[in-house]
Design a protein around this ligand. Sequence first.
Ligand code: SAH
Length: 353
Amino acid sequence: MIRGFEDKIDIKSLTFLELQELIKDMGEPAFRARQLYEWMHQKQVKSLDEMTNIPKSLKEKILDKCTFTHLEAVEIMESKLDETKKFLFALQDGNIIESVFMKYHFGVSVCISSQVGCRMRCRFCASTIDGVERSLLPSEMLEQIYAISRITGQKVSRVVVMGSGEPLDNYENLLTFIHLLSSDKGMNLGQRNITVSTCGIVPKILALADEDLSINLAISLHASNDEKRKELMPIANTYSMAELLSACRTYFDKTHRQLTFEYSLVSGVNDTLDDANELSHVLEGLNAVVNLIPVNPIKERSFRPTDRRGALEFKNKLEKRRINVTIRREMGRDIDGACGQLRRRALERKRAL
Ligand code: SAH
């Protein structure tokens, strides 16, 4: 059973089966497991106090053995341009993470972090500048969604694991998280509404292909050949594009889920029409969607985004070669929208004190 804060059993990270086992070990009737699971994952309450039909004696037993993970919002920033909201949450050990609430025509999408920091060192990304502190527990990933739902009063219809951290570098916890999030006794979010984004850890992509899930996989590609990819993403030194794309093909063959390739357009680095041409060849036959995102400049690096016209030309070139392309709507640019920027600012403020 997963352990959390103060090395106690992390009750919100337990699967229903594990919770049943725990309740049995405590000498309690079996139906209590279902009640507890519903309070945690359906009603998504903030504390045990709110569980009105659970006896005090059981709550005491739980508090003795378990930790009840919850997040405190330490800052909420609201965009004036759209309804995007960024949340800074404090974890129980004092670490800080960020999550994003985005409103689309289909409903609400929440972007969550999977680690405190990141160790992948992509050159344009703010999350990775100080490396990784630790991976998040399944409960800490869930709580980002539950807390945002509680605070905004809105139902979350899509979850993207695209915040700080590399989800496939936190593989087991990610799987438990997906299982809990999509469980019919819990929030019951369809796996088709869950997207996991990876910088491309090949063995983990292959493992994920065998998990029998129907989640969406997004691959951060950002270049059309190894040389350019290595300039932007150190992971490209470990796995070549050929290996990565072959793993993607395997993933698609096994899951039949359409793949998304993310491509941050960086002016003068990966945004020429030759790059677009090469990209279209590399992706041939993969039935993929390319998501173009003008790079969000961070102050620690000098990368500049491709302008609107350049992005449209890049898109047209890909479309001519029959690649499906979208240009990502930039959300909340006025509130430090890029991955990890808000957390970094908060850390800088803390260090300055
Ligand atoms: N580690 C995972 C998920 C987190 S990053 C991954 O690499 O996919 C989520 C996405 O945001 C990735 O595509 C990442 O490359 C991109 N990203 C990070 N910083 C960015 C920035 N400053 N501008 C544009 N995209 C950025």
